[in-house]
Design a protein around this ligand. Structure first.
Ligand code: TEU
Ligand code: CA
Length: 550
């Protein structure tokens, strides 16, 4: 294995995200859990990933599936015990793998003891831990801010006759980061997990923690990605967090950052900033959004290419990119960006080549490695996500057509990513022996891990080969990224160079054979047998060896 002198470990790592509710159930209650994860560690190790990012597994009333935390130091009993957690961490470390936890501290649950105390009276010691304001002059909410999930961002508390701020659901009150005692409490939580040995944090909506002084009306309150992000004290808080906690551990920090742009991103992840290591961009999320995400608009492949090209330019020299095509908030990449029908396998492999041949740290979301497609939802009752349920109600209350909403949700809903991993063709898809908490992907009898293991040409085996290739050659993680003149607007081509290594990547984002400038040469990996120069077949992806020592 090559060494990576002068590069921190997380730059040459590949992350795999686990959404614990939907990964593997071990006790038949239909809900994924930590013992279930432990039972699949051989699979993850054989896949070739290095870091597991675990979505929240803390105590939570599950209004937003764990992104509403009622005790930051406890494991949700549905997921197991603290002993189970410790066993998971140890089992990962024994495999020389790492564990990144989700840190959700823009808000807590309204069932957190801090908030319960904060509600007790207008002058209790924890009142100032959250953001309380009296009604506006007209008796309504204090300002025009909107929740990310629809409706006002303020909820009235009759007992103390004030409103509290919640940028997400009503059960996710925003913490008041202006209060230094709150910040210290957050740092303590971080130390608690780091002292156990966890290897870093993915920080939920960390771009929202600093609110604009005086909480003025937003110019466009519906532009939630921008209106509430990048507050004036944000970077002061992140630098303080770095000084107080991060710099004392050898960890990775990944910001989830709505409102980040290629212009302001270096403020978060610039090597000279002492804040975070990487950040999730949101351009990819809004790629197909019209008036919001349930208004699906069309896009062209070059819109997608531009996003990755711009982000590489913005960060790769003086920061670092996180490369991803999906997560628990997105529909499935093969359905969204490629073809989940006739060319499902080819196009899923092409997307894998794309993601795993870029500069940056790639993050694979569970199920992507078998090319899992979206799940058709036939009625609102099949949906579980609070975002979809809220927006549906708002849409219908405003006289909108329910069928139109459901159609949009079949493209955009977060539940596509949250249907369980399909492990085998048995009842419960090998995910559960009970009744799953959300419907299974209806194609699980054909598209599942066991079937993919049997088929040497499967998407899964392709991921394994690509991950091994990426690990063997530093050019994948660190090489320059030079976009080539592909000669066709649905083809992306780039050259990667690092020291004495050089590769060329060609990707056809269309279901047609297209004429383009592809040359030829020795292919390191591709989703078809070697082809003719001058053309790429439907969804073809290929990496040429321009100069590599094997
Ligand atoms: O998501 C942040 C975020 O910006 C989301 O609101 C995103 O815009 C939304 O999913 C679009 O549909 C994080 C978590 O990833 C998400 O699961 C949580 O619901 C949210 O924070 C609140 O904690
Ligand atoms: Ca379970």
């Amino acid at each position: 294995m090559s060494t990576h002198a002068n590069h921190p470990w997380w730059k040459s790592s590949v992350v795999y995200q686990i959404y614990p509710r939907s990964f593997q159930d071990s006790n038949g209650d239909g809900i994924g859990d930590i013992p279930g994860i432990i039972s699949r560690l051989d699979y993850l190790q054989n896949l070739g990933v290095d870091i597991i990012w675990l979505s929240p597994c803390y105590a939570s009333p599950n209004d937003d599936n764990g992104y509403d935390i009622s005790d930051y130091r406890a494991i949700h009993p549905e997921f197991g015990t603290m002993d189970d957690f410790d066993a998971l961490l140890e089992a990962l470390h024994n495999r020389r793998m790492k564990l990144v936890m989700d840190l959700v501290v823009n808000h807590s649950s309204d069932e957190h003891a801090w908030f319960e105390e904060s509600c007790q009276s207008n002058d209790n010691p924890k009142r100032d831990w959250y953001i309380w304001r009296p009604a506006a002059a007209d008796g309504g909410p204090p300002n025009n801010w909107k929740s990310f999930f629809g409706g006002s961002a303020w909820k009235h508390d009759p007992a103390t006759d004030e409103y509290f701020l919640h940028l997400f659901t009503q059960k996710q009150p925003d913490l008041n980061w202006e209060n230094p005692v709150v910040r210290e409490a957050v740092y303590d939580i971080m130390r608690f997990w780091l002292d156990k040995g966890v290897d870093g944090f993915r920080m939920d909506v960390i771009s929202l923690i600093s609110k604009k002084p005086g909480l003025p009306d937003a110019e466009n309150p519906y532009d939630v990605m921008n209106a509430y992000a990048n507050g004036p004290r944000l970077h002061e808080f992140l630098q303080e967090m770095n000084r107080e906690v991060i710099q004392h551990y050898d960890i990775v920090t990944i910001g989830e950052t709505p409102g980040i742009t290629t212009e302001n991103a270096h403020l978060y992840v610039g090597t000279d900033r002492d804040e975070l290591n990487m950040a999730f961009q949101f351009d990819l999320m809004s790629l197909d959004h019209g008036e919001g995400k349930f208004d699906v608009s069309s896009w062209e492949p070059h819109d997608l290419f531009d996003i990755f090209i711009r982000w590489d330019k913005a960060l790769s020299e003086k920061g670092w990119n996180n490369i991803f095509l999906g997560n628990h908030d997105f529909p499935r990449p093969v359905s969204r960006f490629a073809d989940d029908g006739q060319y499902r396998e080819e196009s899923a492999k092409m997307l894998a080549i794309f993601m795993l041949s870029m500069r940056g740290t790639p993050t694979i979301y569970q199920g992507e490695e078998i090319g899992t497609p979206n799940t058709p939802f036939h009625s609102i009752d099949e949906h579980r996500d609070i975002e979809t349920l809220n927006q549906y109600r708002i849409h219908v209350d405003n006289g909108g057509d329910p069928a139109a909403f459901l159609n949009a949700a079949n493209h955009a809903a977060r539940d596509h990513a949250r249907t369980p991993v399909s492990w085998d063709a048995g009842a419960g898809a090998g995910f559960t022996e009970g009744e799953p908490w959300i419907k299974l992907n209806p194609q699980y009898e054909q598209i599942n891990v066991a079937a993919a293991e049997e088929d040497p040409n499967s998407v899964l085996h392709f991921y394994r080969k690509l991950l091994a290739l990426r690990k063997a050659h530093q050019v994948f993680s660190f090489g320059d990224f030079d976009v080539l003149d592909a000669g066709h607007d649905k083809v992306l081509a780039y050259r990667r160079n690092y020291r004495d290594e050089s590769i060329e990547v060609w990707l056809n984002f269309s279901g047609e054979t297209v004429a383009c400038n592809v040359g030829g040469g020795e292919s390191l990996i591709g989703n078809y047998e070697a082809g003719a120069a001058g053309e790429l077949r439907a969804w073809e992806g290929v990496i040429f060896n321009k100069r590599i020592t094997q």
